[in-house]
Design a protein. Structure first.
Length: 520
């Protein structure tokens, strides 16, 4: 837990840090420090309890469609997800699936929600580092759950919440390193940042901000060239380690024997690359294609008209479309950023870096869905809002303001609980359990072939691999335009399509539960 401020002081490099002049155990043992620590613990307990109570009932109960099902399936069988592979998340998901008595798909959902709760905890701790009253910090963190994008990723097993958790964890550890100069913090930060980059390559744009923050924090202590070189090499090695792991994971698991291999399934339809059994050169080419997410490179790049459209879209995502709320919130955010830079330039650089990286990537990435990840920008904006709020509820302020901040936290907690029934049930919208129940694989003819789009194939593969239902059925992933071509490869077997396509109306298909049977 961070040391408690007993009064702000100036620092040559970090500005008004709002930290104590005593350090170490001396500061931590003061009555003010103990009181602040108890406040932080109380806030975190209340925050975690509320989010757990409102979040767990809204998780999908089993396997899902789309990206969520992709992560669940790959975690359960140590498979390969869609590019760039998300190997760290799959590895953590695999550990989660080992929980006794918990269905694997649900365990992955619990893991993602737990990482979301970790993000909220870090949101409070970073605000406290910046001089925000713990109760006000908790209220602001709880408000973050009200944003539709955060709520979506909190209650579904997507990859964006784990990404944010690793990234924010790295930010917090760099801030702690700047405060304490304990090398373990910066080493852990380098590793977490490396994990985030390995699984979300666009986050590489944040590297200059982390390097600058580390340099500013380290130059006060690292006076010799040897210490600089040693620290740099260790940081570089730890930061690169997750990428090496991702590459090794993809290399080892890219085989026809891996139960779920997105690369193998994609190549079977498109024939872009040689088989993984064709030698080291072929496998290297496949792994690079996957790890670099080359499949989606066509979405990167925009002209000025497209950039303006994305900025308008970004504004709608963040605040109301009306000009007044946008202006007010924007001014409060700018004020919070300025105050943050004055109090702790390290934190200000990193949080502003999250905002700039997100805005740049959103403008350059033509997709407007989940892949245009807004989560880092949302997080930084909320922290800046908390810093602005600290002008009214400062850390270590008079008792009346502390009571007012506590009342604010309680009020936000009550409003959150009351508002939850009106929020979208994203978990129910991607729940594939009703789909599997209606399909009833046990009733299909022997050695059937089911051709499905990627999103709908995942629950079918999950039921086969994890539950062991009908291993004789072949599930083929393909776009509807390729269904008839793919069907010719299995002309001697009963063929079913998981969704009716307009191009097949005159091809002799007949209904079969929630699928369509291609007549002989």
């Amino acid at each position: 837990m961070s040391n408690v401020p007993v009064g702000p002081h100036r620092d040559e490099h970090f500005g008004d840090t709002t930290r104590p002049t005593p350090s170490g155990n001396a500061a931590a043992s003061t009555p003010a420090a103990k009181a602040l620590r108890l406040q932080i613990i109380a806030v975190l307990i209340l925050l975690v309890a509320i989010v757990t109570i409102i979040g767990i009932p809204r998780l999908p109960p089993g396997v899902c469609y789309g990206d969520a099902g992709d992560l669940q399936l790959a975690s359960a069988c140590l498979g390969i997800t869609h590019p760039p592979g998300y190997t760290a998340y799959v590895t953590l998901g695999r550990l989660a699936t080992l929980l006794p008595g918990v269905e694997p798909a649900y365990a992955v959902s619990l893991l993602c929600m737990s990482l979301g709760i970790l993000v909220l905890i870090l949101c409070v701790l970073i605000q406290v580092e910046l001089g925000v009253n713990p109760w006000a910090a908790g209220a602001v963190a709880l408000l973050l759950t009200a944003h539709p994008r955060f709520w979506l990723n909190l209650t579904t097993p997507e990859v964006y919440m784990p990404s944010l958790a690793f990234l924010v964890g790295a930010v917090y550890l760099v801030i702690r390193y700047a405060r304490t100069h304990r090398q373990i913090f910066v080493y852990a930060a380098a590793f977490l940042f490396g994990v985030a980059i390995a699984n979300r390559p666009p986050l590489l744009l944040l590297l200059p901000f982390f390097v600058i923050a580390w340099w500013l924090a380290a130059r006060r202590r690292e006076h010799s060239a040897y210490r600089w070189l040693k620290s740099s090499l260790v940081i570089l090695g730890l930061g690169a380690l997750p990428s090496f792991y991702s590459f090794a994971y993809l290399w080892v698991r890219d085989t026809p024997q891996t139960p779920y291999n997105y690369l193998e399934q994609h190549n079977a339809e498109n024939h872009e690359y040689r088989q993984s059994t064709a030698g080291s050169a072929a496998k290297l080419e496949r792994v690079i294609w996957h790890a670099s997410a080359k499949q989606f490179h066509y979405r990167v790049g925009n002209d000025w008209r497209g950039i303006r459209a994305k900025l308008r879209w970004l504004r709608v995502q963040l605040v109301a479309y009306d000009a007044l709320p946008y202006t007010v919130i924007g001014l409060l955010g700018v004020l919070g950023a300025v105050v943050t830079l004055r109090r702790n330039v390290i934190a200000g650089i990193l949080l502003c870096g999250l905002c700039l990286q997100t805005a740049f990537f959103v403008c350059m990435f033509r997709d407007v869905g989940q892949a245009a990840d807004l989560m880092p920008l949302l997080f930084s904006s909320v922290v800046f809002g908390g810093v602005t709020l600290s002008l009214l509820f400062p850390q270590g302020g008079n008792p009346r303001r502390n009571v007012a901040a506590c009342a604010l936290m309680i009020a936000i907690s009550v409003l959150t609980i009351l508002h939850v029934p009106h929020r979208p049930r994203y978990g129910a919208s991607i729940d594939a359990e009703p789909y599997l129940k209606e399909a009833d694989l046990l009733t299909f003819p022997k050695n059937s072939v089911i051709i499905a789009v990627w999103t709908e194939s995942l629950p079918l593969l999950y039921e086969q691999y994890l539950i062991g239902t009908r291993p004789d059925i072949k599930v083929v992933i393909a776009q509807p335009g390729n269904w008839l071509r793919m069907a010719k490869e299995y002309a001697d077997r009963p063929i079913f399509f998981a969704r009716k396509d307009g191009l097949l109306k005159e091809r002799g298909i007949t209904p079969f539960r929630n699928m369509w049977w291609l007549a002989d």
